[in-house]
Design a protein around this ligand. Structure first.
Ligand code: HSE
Length: 294
C-alpha cells in the first residue's frame, strides 16, 4: 500500500494562459494504491458523486492503463471537481506518482507529467499539462511544447471557491482565436513581469503580472461576482487577482502571510453580497506530490 498527496493547482495566472501554473499547499487529493490483477477505483470526499469510477473514464484509471500498473485505487478528493483548482489533474498526478513507485517503473517526475497529461486528455478531451505539471513538480511551472521549466517559488495566496460551476468547455469557448498586436505586447510584458516576480518571490511583481487584456476579461462574465470579488481582494491588500484556471475559483496574491485572513474574508464577503456562498483557502505556492509508504 502506498499513499500520495497531490496538491491543488492554479493554471494560467492571467497572462500565462495554458502555460503557467502553480502548486498550492492545500487543498489536495490523497491517492492510495495497492497492487491488483485489474484496476478498480473508489472515490470519496469533495464531489464524489460527480466523479466516474469506471477506470476508462477516470484520470487515475487511464494513468494506471498507460503505466501498465493495475491497482486498487482509492481517491480521497480534497479538490472539488469543476473548481478551477485542477481537480482531475490532482487525481491523475497522484496516481502517476503513486503507481510509478508501487511498480518501480523508474520514470522521472518530468516523464510522469506526460503520463498524467494523457490521463487528463482521455477524460477531458484535451491535454493541458498546466495543472498536472505543478501538481507533480511543485512550485511555479511553465509548460511549452518543448517541456516544463520550474521555479521553486513561495508566495502567500488566497483562492476563493464559490458554490458555482464553470464548464471548462464553455470557458474555452469564449477565448478569442486571435489577438491584436497591442494585446500581445501587453501580455508578454505582464507574463515576463510575473516570471521575474516568481524568481524573486516578489508578491508585488507577481500581482502586477497577473493582469491580461484578453482571456480573463472574456471569461469573467462566466464567473458570477468576479469583478466585485476582485475589487474587494485588492482593497483588502491583494497585489493582484485573476480567475484560477477556467474558474470559478478566484486567485489572489497577497503582500504577506498575515494579509491572507483579511483578503479571504473580503472575497467570501463579496461573493456573499452577490448571493453566492463561497469558501476561501488561505494557502501558498508549495511543493509537488508527496509519497507516504505504509
Ligand atoms: N489552461 C486551461 C484553461 C486550464 O484555462 O482552459 C483548465 O484545464
Amino acid at each position: 500500500m502506498l499513499t500520495v498527496r497531490a496538491p491543488a493547482t492554479s493554471a494560467n495566472l492571467g497572462s500565462g494562459f495554458d502555460v503557467f501554473g502553480v502548486a498550492l499547499t492545500h487543498p489536495a487529493d490523497v491517492v492510495r494504491v495497492e497492487r491488483a490483477e485489474e484496476t478498480t477505483i473508489e472515490v470519496t470526499g469533495a464531489g464524489e458523486d460527480f466523479i466516474p469510477t469506471d477506470p476508462e473514464k477516470n484520470t487515475a484509471g487511464v494513468v494506471a492503463r498507460e503505466l501498465d500498473a493495475p491497482a486498487t485505487i482509492h481517491i480521497d478528493k480534497g479538490v472539488r471537481p469543476s473548481s478551477g483548482l485542477g481537480s482531475s489533474a490532482a487525481s491523475a498526478a497522484g496516481a502517476a506518482v503513486a503507481l510509478n513507485e508501487l511498480y518501480d517503473c523508474g520514470l522521472s517526475r518530468e516523464e510522469l507529467v506526460r503520463v498524467a497529461a494523457e490521463g487528463e486528455a482521455v477524460v477531458s478531451g484535451d491535454a493541458h499539462a498546466d495543472n498536472v505539471a505543478p501538481s507533480i513538480l511543485g512550485g511555479f511551472t511553465v509548460v511549452t511544447d518543448d517541456g516544463v521549466t520550474t521555479v521553486d517559488a513561495s508566495l502567500p495566496v488566497v483562492v476563493c471557491l464559490p458554490e458555482t460551476v464553470v464548464s471548462t468547455h464553455d470557458a474555452r469557448g469564449v477565448v478569442p482565436d486571435s489577438m491584436a498586436m497591442d494585446d500581445v505586447v501587453e501580455t508578454v510584458g505582464n507574463a515576463s513581469t510575473l516570471v521575474a516576480g516568481m524568481c524573486r518571490d516578489d508578491p508585488a511583481l507577481v500581482g502586477r503580472g497577473l493582469t491580461d487584456p484578453v482571456v480573463t476579461p472574456a471569461r469573467s462574465a462566466l464567473v458570477d461576482g468576479y469583478d466585485a470579488v476582485a475589487e474587494a481582494a485588492r482593497d483588502a491588500g491583494a497585489t493582484g487577482v485573476t480567475i484560477s484556471g477556467a474558474g470559478p475559483s478566484v486567485l489572489a496574491i497577497c503582500r504577506s502571510q498575515s494579509r491572507r485572513r483579511a483578503v479571504a474574508a473580503a472575497m467570501v464577503g463579496a461573493f456573499g453580497d452577490e448571493g453566492i456562498e463561497a469558501r476561501a483557502y488561505r494557502t501558498e505556492i508549495g511543493g509537488g506530490a508527496e509519497v507516504f509508504r505504509s
